[in-house]
Design a protein around this ligand. Structure first.
Ligand code: HEC
Length: 211
């Protein structure tokens, strides 16, 4: 997580094609529009548009101070990772144990605090967000998945290159469909029952058999 610098370049590109798409969308909205289904949206340059309504999505879980490097706990501030997924994608996972095409999973990295108000121990989440990461399933990508990083307030982000360790860690260690379902308590039983846990996860967690 939090690997590499997150690009903070503002994006000024707004093409005629994008404007036309918006115009068509407005025209068609005369018919009853389905609620935003949470599918990924890309700008004319192919950059992922930040899903501003992600707080209306389904909350999967929070991790606190997660670090994947032994002997190197995060220093200083405490950070919560809150993971969200669109409702329709969540419902599809409950049925199938895998994510449908066009799923966006978003983590929000939020600063924790203690000694606030009546709190003497433990951590609460503050209004201070340090950034976001997205994991998108879409057949347009090599391997059907791509990762993105957003700074707080950043409107669009480019695909993180496929050689980066985002891809290898998720591929090798995530429990289902390259997502960390082993840490999402409402989904692990679903993937277990539907037998969609990945072979690498199953062998990682297998109890050694004595023959
Ligand atoms: C060493 C392993 C590792 C690496 C490298 C890694 N992640 Fe993850 N990732 C995790 C774990 C573990 C979780 C579960 C997080 C939680 O429970 O809060 C996760 C969850 C996520 C999620 C939530 C959806 C999902 O797939 O479960 C996103 C989005 C995400 N990571 C993005 C990234 C991005 C972007 C990068 C690269 C910049 C990255 N990750 C690199 C281990 C990793």
């Amino acid at each position: 997580m939090q690997k590499g610098a997150i690009g903070m370049r503002p994006v000024y590109i707004f093409s005629v094609a994008a404007a036309a798409t918006v115009a068509v969308g407005l025209f068609m909205s005369a018919a009853p529009m389905p609620a935003n289904d949470g599918a990924p949206r890309y700008d004319a340059a192919g950059r992922l548009v930040f899903p501003a309504d992600y707080r209306d999505w389904v909350f999967l879980s929070s991790g606190l101070d997660m670090s994947y490097i032994e002997d190197q706990p995060p220093a200083g501030v405490h950070i919560f990772n809150n993971v969200f997924v669109p409702r329709e994608a969540y419902a599809a996972f409950l049925r199938n144990g895998v994510w449908p095409d066009k799923t966006v999973l978003l983590t929000e990295h939020r600063v924790g605090a203690t000694n606030l108000s009546i709190l003497k121990h433990g951590q609460i989440q503050t209004t201070n967000i340090v950034g976001f990461e997205a994991h998108v399933k879409d057949t347009r990508f090599k391997g059907n998945w791509a990762f993105y990083g957003f700074g707080n307030g950043q409107a669009t982000a480019g695909e993180i290159p496929h050689g980066s360790d985002c891809y290898s860690c998720h591929q090798d260690h995530a429990a289902a469909d390259t997502t960390f379902v082993q840490f999402y308590p409402t989904l692990l039983p679903v993937a277990t029952a539907l037998k969609t846990l990945s072979p690498s996860y199953l062998s990682e967690t297998a109890t050694p058999t004595s023959k």
